[in-house]
Ligand binder design. Structure first.
Ligand SMILES: C[S@@+](CC[C@H](N)C(=O)[O-])C[C@H]1O[C@@H](n2cnc3c(N)ncnc32)[C@H](O)[C@@H]1O
Length: 275
């Protein structure tokens, strides 16, 4: 299948730039904390698997915290996103999250991480199945951390509410539905994970974020993704009653720059029991 068709949003060639900027904004607003799971990264010998890794931005960023020897594994369906040369200790591979993972990766990883990727697999598997497959990869005593936006979360103004409604229509057509983010912690409990935490974080975007230009940068990047969602809705002939799709990104941008808005995230993490 052509890579263009594999990607949920139009214009995959622009995606790494958008993801990099989005990651910078989120990381700044999270005060540099990417992993909420209580892991002591000073221990040597870790194996960390990042699913939906894109160009490996998450793996690259946590590398300075790790102690050698360690192994980083990045998987994605979009081979063209992988960097031409893998950073040290890092291996990239192709895997579709809607499929069970190879047996040799089961019970083998100290941390399994996946962010903003469930919708990409939801045409062929349910979000619940995707999470089940990921849980199989965690070593006993190891952690999983899943991060997704909660489109049913806080929406302060009418334009952002419409933007999330359109995003919900798109995600429902893509097979993910709109409740998968807030269901993740319960699914980890069902999988037998312990110390499961359901952490909701509302990042302030636009003028609600007062420090530097981060709020504006966040607004720009989220509006860019709304543009992608509107483009995808058009390709999929999705209409949303009462909402003019064409005006959604522009209205959201104006609202973010005058009133501000929030980007609601769910961080779900937990530990696989040792026994
Ligand atoms: C929105 S991006 C998020 C990238 C990165 N995890 C981050 O947080 O910045 C989604 C990533 O998931 C990948 N992806 C989409 N569908 C997938 C699938 N079925 N299996 C594996 N990866 C997939 C995309 O190629 C893309 O790299």
């Amino acid at each position: 299948m052509a890579e263009k068709q594999k990607y949920l949003l139009p214009e995959p060639e622009k995606e790494i730039g958008r993801l990099t900027e989005q990651d910078s904004v989120i990381t700044h607003m999270m005060k540099g904390v990417r992993i909420l799971a209580p892991i002591d990264f000073k221990q040597p010998g870790f194996q960390i698997l990042d699913s939906g890794t894109a160009d490996g931005l998450f793996l690259r960023s946590i590398q300075p915290q790790l102690t050698e020897p360690y192994k980083l594994l990045g998987f994605d369906v979009m081979e063209s996103f992988f960097p031409p040369v893998a950073p040290p200790h890092t291996t990239f591979g192709i895997h579709d999250i809607s499929e069970p993972w190879p047996a040799e990766l089961h019970n083998a990883n100290d941390l399994v991480h996946q962010r903003f990727t469930i919708p990409g697999g939801a045409k062929k598997a349910t979000p619940r199945e995707i999470v089940h497959y990921l849980c199989q990869l965690v070593k006993p005593g190891g952690y999983i951390q899943l991060v997704e936006m909660d489109i049913t979360g806080t929406a302060l103004g009418p334009a952002m509410r419409d933007a999330w409604t359109v995003t919900g229509a798109f995600l429902t057509a893509a097979g993910a539905g709109s409740d998968y983010a807030k269901s993740m912690p319960g699914w980890l409990v069902e999988e037998g994970f312990e110390n499961v935490v359901d952490r909701r974080v509302d990042l302030d975007y636009g003028v609600r974020y007062k420090e530097g230009d981060w709020g504006v940068r966040g607004a720009k990047v989220i509006v860019e993704s709304f543009r992608g969602v509107v483009g995808a809705c058009k390709m999929m002939n999705i209409e949303v009653p009462g909402i003019d799709l064409d005006t959604v990104p522009e209205r959201a941008e104006k609202e973010l720059m005058t009133e501000g808005g929030v980007y609601p995230l769910v961080f779900a993490y937990g530990q696989k029991p040792l026994a």
